[in-house]
Design a protein around this ligand. Structure first.
Ligand code: SAH
Length: 265
């Protein structure tokens, strides 16, 4: 099905950048040498990556553990089997890519633990038929969750406020041929009105409260999943369902996400 709205020509905060949304050109068949002597991510897994010759076996083992921890959604499990997490972290950390641990992705940010990612995606899908419609992600980071979302949704808009990470995500995703994934550089607190309304909105950074723009840009029948600081002053996962009769807010378990910040850098 085609999106009801044409893909936007430029994101709000990146009008000077031609060619948005980012096109993800095909990756070269072989890894490219970088000046620093490391190997570009995106090609066949380098032998030095530390995850062994067959990352699939390690990844499937990670998914079996997630299943044992209670992750049930078949679409989420399949996406986790498909997306190669080791391609999204520094090669020095690739041997930890399939452990249930958060990892640094640069510029003081982290990629969430797989079980937190799985939990949030399950909440987002909540038994709805997949693919979901248009989805907005705030906090692209390294692009891992964006890649998972592209397998679960018709169209994904993912916004990152740090240019360095936005560029890194673009590089990480190059060659994965996720043509329904659009990377945007901008302040995700404003959402992305040109893609609205969204069937689902997910944030990987938590602030004092949920920006009004997110709720405004959510479709009726849609769901928002994000960390937010609760009345008790602790960060919790929050789910907002926009029903025909109004908003239903559910506060779930305590979590620890990086802060949601305004503006770009
Ligand atoms: N889903 C990401 C997680 C990245 S951590 C992944 O798979 O890697 C959260 C990200 O949110 C950080 O990169 C941070 O820079 C970004 N962020 C924080 N506030 C933001 C905002 N207002 N708009 C867009 N991105 C934001």
């Amino acid at each position: 099905m085609k999106p009801r709205w044409p893909a936007p020509a430029a994101p709000v905060a990146a009008r000077s950048r031609p060619g948005f949304p980012v096109k993800l050109p095909a990756q070269p068949a072989m890894p490219q040498a970088r000046p620093g002597g490391t190997v570009a991510r995106g090609g066949p897994m380098p032998a030095s990556s530390g995850v062994g010759m067959d990352s699939q076996a390690v990844r499937f083992a990670m998914v079996r553990k997630l299943e044992a921890q209670g992750v049930r959604d078949p679409g989420v499990l399949q996406a986790l089997r498909t997306v190669e997490r080791h391609r999204f972290v520094d090669s020095a950390l690739a041997n930890q890519a399939y452990e249930d641990t958060s990892l640094p992705i640069g510029l003081g940010q982290t990629i969430s633990k797989p079980n937190v990612v799985a939990r949030m995606l399950e909440l987002l899908c909540h038994g709805q038929p997949q693919p979901l419609g248009r989805v907005l992600e705030i906090g692209t980071g390294c692009g891992y969750q964006a890649a998972l979302l592209s397998h679960l949704s018709r169209e994904v808009y993912s916004i990152e406020r740090l240019r360095g990470l936005h560029e890194r995500a673009r590089e990480n995703l190059r060659g994965m041929r996720l043509s329904n994934l659009h990377l945007l550089f901008g302040d995700g607190m404003l959402g992305f009105a040109r893609g609205a309304p969204y069937a689902a909105i997910i944030a990987a950074a938590g602030g004092e409260d949920l920006p009004a723009a997110w709720v405004d840009q959510l479709a009726v029948g849609g769901r928002l999943v994000a960390p937010a600081v609760s009345r008790a002053g602790q960060q919790h996962l929050v789910v907002i369902d926009k029903t025909p009769s109004g908003l239903v807010r559910t506060e779930l378990e305590a979590v620890l996400f990086v802060p949601l910040k305004s503006g770009v850098a």
